[in-house]
Ligand binder design. Structure first.
Ligand SMILES: *Cc1c(COP(=O)(O)O)cnc(C)c1O
Length: 793
């Protein structure tokens, strides 16, 4: 690292924190609040990122390497302070500094608002990728939207989900740099004109996209990339004429209209509601990002044919899929390239990641809306479609069909590689949504199984386990996670098992204290069983709660029986418009209220549902988990990444053969995984069986009894929509999988009672999950899709 500012003598981190408190925040230490300390610490840590950040930018220019641009509607980054502190190796210094002031460094760090600029797995994947790209030295930018309001804050009112605004930006935010010079004009609507042989789009409305940069530092500060988020601003801030005429609200209208674009994150996880604003958001950030990418390219090279050699653009799902037509438009209309060449160049740059096979989640826009909002893009889409049809006259796939523009096929065709996110999902993609496109373009589909960053999900979130592992094998595992295999022999060492157990027990005690503060007392020696993720029918939280009801009923039949005490923990948000998912939340809370108050069983069974699941809550829950519930209907969960976080932290999975569960089971060993349920083809076949749900309920008295209890009003309301769904078409096969789920759950309890054996299995889960590091995933993308090389500073 050349040219770095030499820290002045005495410029310790402690000095820097004190100086920021005094000079940046204008506070003296005797009146400083927790937030003041958090800000002072954040600024001091941020200062340490700047030099490696500059050095990384310079290295990328000097080496003329390929840059990766990761376009994503969502970045679920959570808190950044702890991650940066951990990666810069400053944790001990920080802990000492605050200890000497009688403050707890973790409390200071937990004061940071959790930036929830995403819904769930897709956004969290983007955040893990940013960190891994910095750790492995892949020169990259993340591009997205700087939402004023991230995902809503969830609370419960008599068991029902309430949604409030999550104001991450109203509190002091330490990490971003506003770039007033990086600003682009983004158009919408208007007309397409022919000026001689040039086609010109004249938008009716324009807004400005302004960049805000957040540095993302990799492990040991070896490299730093940039997360560049776009904020929408008006071209004319204020209509003075209207103001002077007394129209004060009207005067602010242009400003309000423009800002709406980056106002809120769409809270729908997988379903599309086809809103005009949503398409505007997608075009807004995609167009701004492409302009920024071309500007950077133009500053270094003058031959646009070099673009695919120097630029890799990854589309995180179809949300930025308008990048294909927009890049072609820029190359043809603004740079004068021939259309077919422009398509070839764009394809060379673009890669597309598919995240879901759920038909309702595949984006499509009406031709009318597309023509109205993006008239030139509609023309280009028609040209791309015609070009494809020419090349494949027998094709049975449409980019424009049924009055809609189909973003999936457009993304597929405009990308040189299309990837699935787990082995199973990739195979299903080839057989279902993209069967025809895969036939026409064999070898375009590749697999890159998702991963998670071990810095956040083990080193930061689970310091006790991390210390234990580092004491045993050194700290090389942190950026070479498969080295966790080296602890495998220790699974047979009883003193290591005791230490591993003690770390888990301490994490459980921490969580029990946290739940206790929220009004629920739980026994830290009970088994902690956790299902945390978005609430969705396919994820089947209702299967879990039905099983919980059935267990409770059996416990009540024989309270003196030899029951295994357990805490069932749920967390997750439902999309505000997803009525059925909200009913599931209500049911879980209603069941919790009855079970937790039952004196017959309260020493045996508790149900916890802490509100407002987000990254920070996940970091609390996962290290304390012993059982990981991954029970989606087979064929529906593309990968899952929660499942990986749990396995690494030594929770044993009870799960279906779905998404990356398949690979987890292969790696950790079938004997260390509790499998149940139908396979994806069996699910498809079961749906064809007449009255499959009624038959399944009739065949399982436990299931029938649990459903009867709900219907009888034992839990207050009777939840008719859930009962009717389960007795009716039960598309997600909850009833059909219940019996086998019950069996696996009881087998798991038997295994849990053998403490030495259980801990051995938990250690093997940790030891064998190293492959799920997102460093491995990123290296896969670099080699198979991007053709990018790692650089160093
Ligand atoms: C990891 C993570 C997810 C994804 O969880 P899945 O179980 O894979 O659906 C969602 N939300 C948060 C906050 C996460 O940390």
């Amino acid at each position: 690292m050349k040219d770095m500012t030499i820290p002045r003598p005495g410029d310790t981190l402690a000095d820097a924190i004190r100086q920021h408190l005094k000079f940046s925040l204008g506070k003296s230490s005797d009146v400083a609040t927790l937030t003041d300390w958090r800000m002072a610490l954040s600024l001091a840590v941020r200062d340490r990122i700047v030099d490696p950040w500059f050095a990384s930018t310079r290295a990328a220019y000097d080496k003329q390497g390929k840059r990766v641009y990761y376009l994503s509607m969502e970045f679920l980054i959570g808190r950044l302070l702890e991650d940066a502190t951990v990666n810069l190796g400053l944790m001990d210094e920080v802990t000492e500094f605050f200890q000497s002031r009688g403050l707890d460094a973790r409390k200071v760090m937990q004061d940071e608002p959790d930036a929830a600029l995403g819904n769930g797995g897709l956004g969290r994947l983007a955040a893990c990728f940013l960190e891994s790209m910095s750790t492995v030295g892949c020169p990259a930018y993340g591009y997205g939207i700087r939402y004023e309001h991230g995902l809503f804050r969830q609370s419960f009112d008599r068991g029902r989900q309430m949604e409030g605004p999550e104001d991450w930006l109203t509190e002091a935010h330490a990490w971003e740099y506003e770039r007033t010079e990086a600003q682009y004009r983004i158009g919408f609507g208007g007309q397409v004109k022919q000026l001689g042989d040039r086609t010109v789009w004249q938008p009716a409305e324009t807004v400005l996209a302004r960049a805000y940069d957040t540095p993302m530092i990799g492990w040991q500060g070896r490299w730093a990339n940039t997360l560049r988020l776009w904020s929408a601003r008006p071209e004319t801030v204020f209509d003075l004429g209207r103001f002077n005429a007394g129209d004060y609200y009207g005067a602010a209208e242009p400003e309000n209209l423009a800002r709406t674009i980056s106002r809120v994150l769409y809270p729908d996880d997988t379903t599309e509601d086809g809103k005009r604003l949503r398409l505007k958001q997608e075009f807004f950030f995609t167009a701004a990002s492409l302009r920024d990418i071309l500007r950077r390219f133009d500053s270094e090279y003058d031959d646009l044919k070099l673009l695919p050699e120097k630029v890799a653009i990854q589309l995180n799902d179809t949300h930025p899929a308008i990048a294909g037509p927009e890049l072609v438009r820029l190359l043809v209309d603004e740079k004068g390239m021939a259309f077919e060449d422009a398509v070839t160049v764009a394809q060379g740059c673009l890669g597309y990641t598919n995240h879901t096979l759920l038909p309702e989640a595949l984006e499509r826009w009406s031709v009318k809306l597309m023509t109205d909002l993006l008239p030139r893009h509609m023309q280009i889409i028609e040209m791309i479609d015609a070009m494809h049809k020419n090349a494949h006259p027998d094709r049975k796939v449409e980019m424009i069909g049924g009055g809609d523009v189909q973003m999936g096929p457009i993304a597929f065709f405009m990308a040189h590689k299309v990837n699935g996110v787990s082995a199973l999902h990739t195979e299903l993609m080839k057989e279902t949504v993209f069967a025809e496109l895969n036939r026409l373009h064999p070898n375009r589909i590749v697999n890159e199984t998702n991963g998670i960053t071990p810095r956040r999900w083990v080193l930061g979130a689970n310091p006790r386990l991390s210390r234990l592992v580092t004491d045993a094998i050194g700290d090389g595992w942190v950026d070479d996670l498969e080295r966790l295999q080296e602890i495998e022999p220790l699974a047979d060492d009883s003193s290591f098992r005791d230490a591993y157990d003690a770390a888990k027990r301490a994490n459980k005690a921490d969580l029990a204290a946290y739940l206790g503060q929220r009004g629920l007392s739980v026994d830290p020696d009970a088994m902690f069983d956790v299902q945390i993720k978005r609430i969705h029918e396919y994820k089947r939280q209702h299967l879990n709660i039905l099983q919980t009801i059935a267990l409770w009923q059996e416990m009540k039949d024989a309270p003196q029986g030899n029951w295994l005490p357990q805490v069932k923990i749920f967390a997750g948000k439902a999309a505000p418009g997803y009525v059925f998912a909200k009913e599931i939340i209500h049911l879980i809370n209603a069941v919790a209220e009855v079970i937790n108050a039952d004196p017959d069983t309260s020493h045996l069974l508790k149900v916890a549902y802490p509100a407002n699941y987000n990254v920070s809550l996940a970091e609390r829950l996962i290290p304390a988990a012993e059982v990981s519930q991954q029970i989606s209907t087979a064929g529906k969960e593309a990968s899952g990444t929660g499942n990986m976080k749990f396995a690494l932290n030594g929770a044993l999975t009870i799960g279906t053969l779905d998404g990356a569960n398949v690979e987890i089971r292969e790696l950790v060993g079938a004997e260390n995984f509790f499998l149940f349920g139908m396979t994806a083809p069996e699910v498809v076949a079961r749906r064809e069986v007449a009255e499959h749900a009624k038959k399944a309920i009739a065949a399982d008295p436990r299931l029938k009894r649990a459903m009867d209890a709900i219907e009888a009003g034992i839990f207050g309301e009777r939840f008719p929509s859930i009962i009717e769904n389960l007795m009716g078409h039960d598309y997600f096969c909850v009833t059909s999988d219940f019996s086998d789920y019950w069996r696996a759950s009881r087998e798991l309890e038997v295994a849990y009672r053998d403490r030495a054996e259980w801990t051995r299995m938990a250690i093997l889960n940790t030891a064998r999950s190293g492959w799920f590091s997102s460093d491995r995933t990123i290296r896969g993308y670099m080699a198979d899709i991007w053709g990018a090389e790692a650089l160093t500073i």
